[in-house]
Design a protein around this ligand. Structure first.
Ligand code: FRU
Length: 440
């Protein structure tokens, strides 16, 4: 069985979004959008991995694959809940009304339709793809609140007296929209309300995820075409404080938002509650090119979401933090799981990690991956955090193809996919830095 440590990645070929992330019967289950035939996006399956600690992942093979009329061209993203010991998965089934004749994995001009489906399992491992799937919300028809093609990514959660579902869709006139449904039995769903985004906030909202924390209620979602700088990946994952009323399914959204990650590679994040009740999030790090021509797509370090004084923090999950405890003097001594560099950065100081540059100017942290991103100049190469609230401590997690910078313990996070890092570290830091790797 294939295993991953810290960063879950495709066991081969392609992954995108995290799906069905849940702590179930004492283990974490992570499903993911998976095309098992080539390292590019194609007909979607749900791959599956299991972990006891959010660090060591064991791949379980494919959990969901197309079988039904409604999901014949793909099992798109969705979520999981547990009820009475059973695991329930919710996802979007895709049927192409016309396929590309040269590539049946693609559909020209968005000529496809989307339904919402459910499947359940008594052990979270076995799913009866042939007899176990139920269509719970059919394709949106005339007068329905969502788009027949672009309505997807059901996220289900338990409210006070009922189950709730949010779906992402579009208004059809250039704005994103959320649809809210309610159910008492997880099978029969009633549409209750929709909430529209304003103009300029992306025209279709993917992968919504709503949850409560001690410090406030949070909505994470991935608006398509929110960026207008002409660079690749115009779609970005954002988050904001929200106010959700269960009785009416009204949701008031804050006027301001944060990017979930300021490296602009993270997308389609999903959260769940961990074994200790923390809200833990994992996102898909998009890659412009398969590594060694073999696999594309890697997940972020699990991050704990907290709200304090109206700000949304994404902190390194303690299980990961605790693991990087073996002090080393150079990256060459690091375990294959990578290493962590910790430091305080004063104004005008910098650190170069294997060709990737991080520096501070005033109250912002900047990063530059120009030397370690190959020929991909149509992607963003330089990055910047918003203004920091005070102080500047960095914990930088370095893996072969991913650098994740946690600024001030999650005040902001800036993560980038990279190619061809070397083992060198160059610093211009009054206070120096410390390097850690995981226990051997
Ligand atoms: C986001 C997304 C989802 C969809 C899935 C398809 O990356 O486009 O909206 O369900 O990927 O793979």
């Amino acid at each position: 069985m294939k295993r991953d440590k810290i960063h879950l990645k495709a066991p081969g070929n392609w992954i995108n979004d995290p799906n069905g992330f849940i702590y179930y019967k004492g283990r974490y289950h992570m499903f993911y959008q998976h095309f098992p035939c080539a390292p590019v996006w194609g007909t979607m399956h749900w791959g599956h991995a299991v972990s006891e600690d959010l660090i060591h992942w064991e791949h379980q093979g494919i959990a969901l694959f197309p079988t039904k009329y409604e999901d014949q061209n793909g099992c798109f993203s969705g979520s999981a809940v547990e009820c009475g010991g059973r695991m329930y998965l919710y996802y979007t089934g895709i049927r192409y009304r016309q396929a590309d004749r040269e590539n049946i994995h693609f559909c020209p001009d968005d000529r496809f339709e989307a339904s919402q489906l459910m499947i359940s399992s008594g052990d979270g491992i076995h799913f009866d793809n042939f007899r176990g799937k139920t269509v719970i919300i059919p394709v949106m028809g005339e007068g329905a609140p969502g788009d027949p093609a672009h309505t997807r990514d059901p996220k289900v959660w338990r409210g006070r007296d009922a189950w709730y579902m949010v779906l992402g869709t579009t208004t059809g006139d250039g704005r994103g929209r959320l649809l809210f449904y309610r159910s008492l039995n997880l099978r029969d769903w009633t549409y209750v309300n929709c909430v529209d985004g304003s103009r300029g906030f992306g025209d279709m909202w993917e992968c919504p995820d709503y949850f409560e924390t001690k410090g406030g209620q949070v909505l994470l979602f991935s608006p398509m075409r929110i960026m207008r700088d002409g660079k690749k990946d115009a779609s970005q994952n954002i988050c904001m404080l929200a106010d959700f009323m269960e009785e009416t399914c009204e949701m008031r959204l804050s006027d301001t938002y944060q990017f979930v990650d300021y490296g602009m590679d993270l997308y389609a994040a999903q959260t769940t509650e961990d074994a200790k009740g923390r809200r833990v999030m994992v996102g898909w790090m998009r890659m412009p090119e398969a590594v060694d021509g073999e696999w594309s797509g890697i997940f972020s370090i699990p991050r704990v979401v907290e709200v304090q004084d109206g700000h949304i923090y994404f902190r390194v999950h303690p299980n990961v933090d605790n693991l990087f405890c073996r002090r080393i003097s150079s990256p060459a001594e690091a375990d294959s799981a990578g290493y962590k560099v910790s430091l305080d950065m004063e104004d005008k100081e910098s650190i170069g990690i294997g060709g990737y540059w991080i520096f501070r100017r005033g109250c912002h942290i900047f990063a530059d991956r120009s030397n370690v991103f190959g020929r991909h100049t149509d992607y963003r190469l330089q990055f910047m955090t918003p203004e920091l609230r005070g102080g500047c401590h960095l914990d930088i997690y370095v893996d072969r193809n991913l650098i994740e910078i946690f600024v001030n313990h999650g005040e902001y996070v800036l993560s980038n996919v990279v190619y061809g890092l070397d083992d060198g570290i160059q610093t211009d830091l009054a206070g120096g830095c410390e390097i850690y790797t995981v226990e051997a």
